[in-house]
Design a protein around this ligand. Structure first.
Ligand SMILES: [Zn+2]
Ligand SMILES: [Zn+2]
Length: 331
């Protein structure tokens, strides 16, 4: 099979992914062999390629938003059959025994393993999954459209649930990338009003088109306070800025894996039971709930499709902010 393999970490300008011809892997007892139809390209992949994240193994096949068809199952696999379309997200496996796993917070498991980081991922023609790391997918979406749901969608969903907003509430989104444009749609489907704060004129236009009732920049004041905010951009300043317009009892959720320091916060901005919370990774339950939601509602998903061999080019575009929607590789 053809695969784009990371052999050593390097700046993506040096084209660190190398096209290799590898044998198609054989599924073990509890494994599923998937023929990849689409695999999303994520900022996390860029961090792994360029060394901001330490290597867990090399050589490595990246990719953790994988959509494909099951072609073979190990003898201990039940409930999944060849021909079925499945998806695999970032969270590959957890220990199942630690205090976090036992409390339903497996996203915090310190022994968690990740797709395209601890195990080979989907920048290839075939991918080997464990039976509990594949999910059936909703109908009505092309395979490349489903890929962004499996990372940006799932993280966005976890952040969205964390806001604890109810029908009629106002939810503010700071930053408007692949994750936020799905969260906007989740909010509207569930009867919420959405404010969007973003710098990019392209993203402002998209937010308006998708139904945000207020669109502006971080320096603009919204027409009213909001009940909750999700900060997608990696900026501590925006976390503080969100607090300035947060209604009493509301929550600011930080969705990123990284952010710059949060500027000093006067206590009155936090008083009256306002909360700041981060979200990290996701649980298998988050994935199931989001995919179920995507089956019930029809998300509008914007993706740019590239051939597998162009993975280095796509990473460069992502680094330089030249990807407007979600980038997806197709073998
Ligand atoms: Zn990702
Ligand atoms: Zn655990």
């Amino acid at each position: 099979m053809r695969a784009m393999v990371l052999e050593r970490q390097a700046p993506c300008e040096e084209n660190p992914l190398v096209l290799r011809e590898l044998p198609v892997p054989e599924p073990a007892d509890d494994e599923v062999l998937v023929r990849v139809e689409a695999c999303g390209v994520c900022h996390t992949d860029l961090h792994i390629v360029e060394g901001e994240l330490p290597p867990h193994r090399l050589p490595l096949i990246l990719g953790h938003q994988i959509v494909g068809r099951v072609v073979a199952c190990g003898p201990k696999v039940t409930g999944i059959s060849p021909g079925e379309r499945v998806g695999t997200p970032w969270l590959f496996s957890v220990c199942g025994e630690c205090s976090f796993c036992r409390r339903g917070r497996e996203n915090l498991c310190s022994k968690a393993r990740f797709t395209g980081y601890d195990v080979d991922g989907g920048y290839a023609e075939y991918f080997l999954a464990r039976k509990d790391s594949v999910y059936p997918l909703p109908e009505g979406y092309e395979s490349p459209e489903v890929a962004p749901l499996l990372c940006g969608g799932v993280i966005g969903y976890r952040a969205y649930r964390a806001t604890e907003t109810q029908k009629g509430d106002i939810l503010a989104l700071f930053g408007f990338g692949s994750s936020a444009h799905l969260v906007l749609q989740m909010g509207l489907y569930e009867g919420k009003e959405i404010f969007v704060f973003t710098r990019s004129p392209h993203h402002r236009e998209l937010a308006r088109k998708l139904g945000a009732s207020f669109v502006g920049g971080a320096e603009d004041d919204p027409p009213s306070p909001f009940h909750a905010a999700i900060v997608f951009a990696p900026s501590g300043f925006l976390i503080r800025r969100a607090l300035e317009h947060l209604a009493p009892g509301g929550k600011v959720v930080a969705a990123g894996i990284y952010a710059t320091p949060i500027p000093e916060i006067p206590y009155e901005l936090l008083y009256r039971e306002r909360v700041i919370q981060s979200v990290a990774n996701s649980t298998r339950q988050d994935v199931r709930e989001l995919l179920e939601m995507a089956g019930r509602y029809r998300f509008r998903i914007f993706c740019e499709i590239y051939p597998l061999e162009e993975a280095n080019e796509v990473l460069k575009k992502l680094k330089n902010g030249q990807v407007q929607a979600s980038a997806v590789l197709v073998p």
